[in-house]
Design a protein around this ligand. Sequence first.
Ligand code: IPE
Ligand code: IPE
Ligand code: MG
Length: 255
Amino acid sequence: MIFSFGKKKADTAGQVDFSHLPRHIAIILDGNGRWAKRRGLPRTAGHKVGAETFRTIATYCRDIGIDYLTVYAFSTENWKRPQEEVDTIMALLKRYLLEAIETMERDNVRLRFMGDMTPLSGELKALVDRCNAISERLTGCLCSICINYGGRAELVHAASRFAEDCRVGLVKPDDLTEDMLAGYLYSAGIPDPDLLIRPGGELRLSNFLLWQCAYSEFYTTDVLWPEFTKEELHRAIASYQRRSRRYGGLREGTT
Ligand code: IPE
Ligand code: IPE
Ligand code: MG
């Protein structure tokens, strides 16, 4: 099934083959602050609209049959932001969690939180635990929201858990394989992202999924996250579908 959302007939950029969708899409939710500044609004207004965009895109990913969506919402480095901005993001997270707890079962979207939740308030941690527990019972699209997440911190956390398992004799250092290390990451059990989307125009990973994105296809756009639309998602997926994924080998049929 091919859908086109381009305005002109000749524009094939947004043509998506819905029978060969990426299984796992990861998105760096960037550009909220610039979106607000361009409108003469405080940066926090961008985060509010960005949260709505997330709702729209996550529901749409579920509708079209994406199995896994992983979004970067707050990094281990984002604590450097002004306190007022951090407080607003945490307040939005609380609102989102409360709504999600009410609607998750009906919507059949599994929400999971990835990252070090230790510095979050007791109230937020309890809500995160409730959300994670509800998700265990559901079967729909698994949406992982990365909060206080850093790719390096995740690897340190994994290494430390592995070292502890060695200390208590569960495993031996020589047993370590790539698959075993992946099993110690927050993302254990989730396939690596096929497509990584970064709105906001920056051409960097900013410490997101350093291990998991080893062979992900990268799509960037100058569109800022609050104005990201389903059509932009189609453009990203269509671009992904035109790629040749070789994993270090040769294109199929090449000798
Ligand atoms: C992303 O938007 C949201 C977070 C990092 C919390 P930004 O706040 O980084 O927006 P820009 O990049 O400054 O426009
Ligand atoms: C990455 O965006 C983190 C999130 C979107 C949560 P940043 O705005 O923090 O990244 P840099 O500072 O531009 O690298
Ligand atoms: Mg940014």
